[in-house]
Ligand binder design. Sequence first.
Ligand code: ADP
Ligand code: ADP
Ligand code: ZN
Length: 214
Amino acid sequence: MKLVLLGAPGAGKGTQAKKLIEKFTIPQISTGDLLRAAVAAESELGQEAKSFMDKGELVPDSVVLGMVEERLGQDDCAQGYILDGFPRNTAQAEALDAMLAELGMELDSALSVEVPLEDLMKRLTGRRTCRDCGQMYNIYFNAPAEEGKCDKCGGALFQRDDDREETIRKRLEVYNEQTAPLIDYYSGKGILKSVEGTGDIEGIFANVCATLGL
Ligand code: ADP
Ligand code: ADP
Ligand code: ZN
């Protein structure tokens, strides 16, 4: 399975990707996670990226494309992968096509997770993430059993720097302007599928699997 996940910030791409990789043992390639790891490592790339992330803007394509190309070339991607949060604009989508052609790979599907705009703010301000295993929670919708602590591994939960109202507004604007056009891009290629992203996480996952024919 070679899959691109599309959807607004907070649509639940990461949540569904985590469930897919558990069930199908293929890697999730999240450019957001890769960038946050670079920021945490205080690498040169991370420092460049952080200024854009803090503003809710896209990190320059050159930075992201290099990261993705390196990741896709690793052995564990041969059997498939889930691209989560990438591509984010048409230039990235075209670069991805070129990269895949070079590697002799082809995408199976681009799956759009659809959530109404008015739900996204609360999802994002309420998001908490496990520092150790990356599991996502939400203080409003799916809180951990014990506050601030991961159900899966006991790790401490944190709130992302960019999950603040002002930055979220900017990210949603960037999504509408730059990322939403990818729905037409993949529709034009005949590989677009879509799924309702509201309701309970297990129910959405069942629809994701059915929609992808898994
Ligand atoms: P979310 O899951 O809320 O959509 P991500 O973790 O995917 O957020 O991304 C967080 C931030 O990282 C983005 O606002 C952007 O600054 C940067 N980023 C992530 N992926 C990309 C990408 N493919 N291209 C450019 N910037 C990216
Ligand atoms: P994305 O990767 O698309 O930005 P996430 O998977 O990180 O989105 O989810 C954003 C927030 O919404 C998280 O706090 C997550 O726990 C929560 N969430 C995910 N799916 C649902 C759902 N079906 N209903 C309510 N909240 C959800
Ligand atoms: Zn954890």
